[in-house]
Write a protein that binds this ligand. Structure first.
Ligand SMILES: Nc1ncnc2c1ncn2[C@@H]1O[C@H](COP(=O)(O)OP(=O)(O)OP(=O)(O)O)[C@@H](O)[C@H]1O
Ligand SMILES: [Mg+2]
Length: 265
């Protein structure tokens, strides 16, 4: 088993409060790891520290064997890690295509300032990614005019256009309808199939997590509450009492047995 991401005794303190507390886990290459847990559990903080937006207080992070604990966000991006954000983060005043050309250009190359025009490889990456997420017909549309789903797809595309080896998604389907969630699940399946990507996704929509994830990590008060299979998670007394609730487990079972546009490709 090859390790994509190795998190060792990671702690992130904000003042006296530890948002992430002595956390250790690994992400295997090519797996999809789901991260769940109550509001305020430290999920986004974990992403912020891994992606270089916030410095860790203690611990070590290795990406494909390379220590990135002290690296800047742009350096981590160039080493092959891309992330999305819980709240939408696209360039509103740019078109869909301009958004992607920009992330492809700065993600792939290590330049600090664009030349007079985007290079050929950035255009190829942009076109391929637009096709992959289904935004090709909207390439000339300003990002500001997109629907919530389209904006989510654009943020995903922006991360993909940097040519990452590992993709980290913070609540990719929060606020979407059931059909839209199904669409997102299918796009991620294609991403995995076509690009052989390692994916870490934070999500509260548990039917989405269980449909896609190979394993799940549940955080509570910044620490690991559970790590293992999806089935084991719904049977874990700690997870049920701290996060899912008995009614949550029932709803999840009904949803995965009854329908399902998320569970089937
Ligand atoms: N920059 C910051 N400064 C101070 N405290 C912070 C900061 N960022 C996060 N926190 C605190 O850290 C804790 C964990 O927050 P975080 O956003 O990581 O939780 P989360 O698991 O992503 O929650 P949610 O499911 O609501 O998105 C919270 O108590 C939050 O208030
Ligand atoms: Mg969060």
């Amino acid at each position: 088993m090859s390790v994509a991401l190795d998190i060792v005794n990671l702690t992130k303190r904000y003042g006296a409060m530890a948002a992430v507390k002595d956390l250790s886990f690994q992400v295997r290459q090519d797996e999809i790891l789901g991260i769940a847990g109550p509001n305020g559990a430290g999920k986004t903080t974990l992403f912020d520290v891994i992606s270089g937006l916030a410095a860790p207080s203690e611990g070590r992070i290795a990406l494909f064997g390379e220590d990135i604990t002290a690296c800047r966000a742009d350096e981590i991006c160039h080493l092959g890690l891309a992330r999305t954000f819980q709240l939408n983060a696209v360039f509103d005043s740019m078109t869909v295509e301009e958004n992607l050309l920009t992330t492809a250009y700065f993600g792939r190359h290590h330049r600090s300032f664009p030349g007079l025009r985007f290079d050929r490889q950035s255009r190829i990456d942009c076109d391929e990614t637009l096709e992959l997420v289904g935004l090709a017909d909207l390439r000339r549309r300003p990002a500001l005019e997109l629907t919530v789903l389209q904006r989510k797809m654009l943020m995903l595309a922006g991360a993909l256009a940097t040519s990452p080896r590992i993709l980290m998604l913070d609540e990719p389907v929060g606020g979407l309808t059931h059909d839209e969630i199904g669409h997102c699940a299918n796009v991620l399946r294609r991403v995995r199939q076509e690009r052989g990507m390692t994916i870490v996704l934070i999500e509260h929509v548990m039917s989405f997590v269980t449909a896609l994830a190979d394993r799940v990590l549940v955080l509570h008060h910044g620490a690991k509450l559970y790590e293992g299979s999806v089935d084991g998670m719904t049977r874990s007394e700690e997870v049920v009492s701290a996060y899912l609730g008995a009614s949550g487990v029932r709803a999840l079972k009904q949803e995965t047995e009854g329908q399902d546009h998320v569970a089937t490709a």
